[in-house]
Design a protein around this ligand. Structure first.
Ligand SMILES: [Zn+2]
Length: 72
């Protein structure tokens, strides 16, 4: 009984750039796509201080902890 395992050695093709995460939809109007507003609250440099900004209803939202990690 042979246990032959095909191991694919990754070549240069494995360096596919990961696509940027898709921003969440606006929780207020549910029509707009949220943008990162990095100009807001930059009092503490080095920290993640940005807000979501909806291009449709112009509202700002606090990003969640997960958003801070994924969209940093
Ligand atoms: Zn909105």
């Amino acid at each position: 009984m042979s246990t032959r395992i095909d191991v694919r050695i990754p070549d240069h093709n494995d360096r596919v750039p990961t696509p940027p995460p898709i921003p969440p939809a606006c929780p207020n109007c549910r029509q707009g796509v949220l943008w990162k507003d990095t100009r807001a609250d930059q009092k503490d440099s080095g920290k993640n201080h940005w807000r979501w900004w909806c291009g449709n209803c112009q509202k700002r939202f606090r990003p969640t902890e997960e958003h801070l990690r994924r969209f940093a």
